[in-house]
Design a protein around this ligand. Sequence first.
Ligand SMILES: Nc1nc2c(ncn2[C@@H]2O[C@H](COP(=O)(O)OP(=O)(O)OP(=O)(O)O)[C@@H](O)[C@H]2O)c(=O)[nH]1
Ligand SMILES: [Mg+2]
Length: 341
Amino acid sequence: VGRDAARIHRGDELTPRRDYDEDDVRVRPGRRNSRPRTKERPRHADAAGGFVTAVDRGRYTCLVGDSPVLAMRARELGRGSVVVGDEVALVGDMSGQPGSLARIVRIEPRRTLLRRTADDNDPYERVVVANADQLVIVTALANPPPRTGLIDRCLAAGYAGGLEPLLCLTKSDLATPDDLLARYAALGLAAVSTRRDSDPADLRERLTGRVSVLVGHSGVGKSTLVNKLVPDADRSVGVVSAIGKGRHTSTSVVALALPESGWVIDTPGIRSFGLAHVTPDDLLAAFPDLDDGTAACPPHCEHLSAADGCALDAWVTTTHADPARLDAYRRLLRSRATDDH
Ligand SMILES: Nc1nc2c(ncn2[C@@H]2O[C@H](COP(=O)(O)OP(=O)(O)OP(=O)(O)O)[C@@H](O)[C@H]2O)c(=O)[nH]1
Ligand SMILES: [Mg+2]
């Protein structure tokens, strides 16, 4: 511990920019960092495993066993970001006492990754969460009104990152979910609807035992749901009239343990979900039934239309595959290229 503390004071604490906003700033190595990386870095065989539950200004809350530990990134991690849901290896002061600070020395391989770009023309990626099994696309049926463009875009990002999607339609006291449910049934999408004044039993059942991340516009009721699912969550809940004025009630990503088992991750409302990082092939992973049909496509086929040489239409005709599946795939492909966020 003494050695680690010394290193923190000597190096890492003096270069906080490397820990801070690593998603936004591409830090050029300064002179202080130009000394060659030592090959004899400790392997950290004694490191403890932790699960990142919150990130706030370069400080990471990690659950180690049952105890929350505050940590910073070790310089040796390089530029990659640590996000909520990451499984990490920690060394240093893990007492969890006020003022204590451990170091994250390794990010374990991620099983899934939810990413987005600020918009489609901005190739700069932001990682939202790691290792979530399920992407819960939270959409209010009214106030704010549903935006199917955003639903499609979230679906595309979820499929591309290996997350299973679930549509959660909130505020069913204000409008009926029937139209939207019918629209997404064709995509084979699982869906539940909820309302503030009743228990979200269907949703709870689908979350238990898994890691699920809630995404959606500001004001759709994500934190309201989290408060119902996790009785002591105490997430603050906003006033819809303030929404749309750039006011988001939740400002950071937080993972909360569900009472039975599993995790639910609350995120700040998003205005757009850029998909610059999603390729036609990424999306095809969500449509394995169409995969064979692409064999006759030209290299780098965008799979958007037969006019461009895409072989999928002809394949559907000859094999009697379900044309609705091709429509669903194309709809997600097109959602990458529209402005309707
Ligand atoms: N009528 C109705 N209002 C709801 C329902 N669920 C949530 N609300 C209200 O919607 C408003 C916004 O709820 P939040 O839970 O803060 O929304 P959020 O998605 O967490 O918003 P951000 O944190 O800004 O992303 C609050 O005033 C809630 O009381 C519902 O089922 N019906
Ligand atoms: Mg919120």
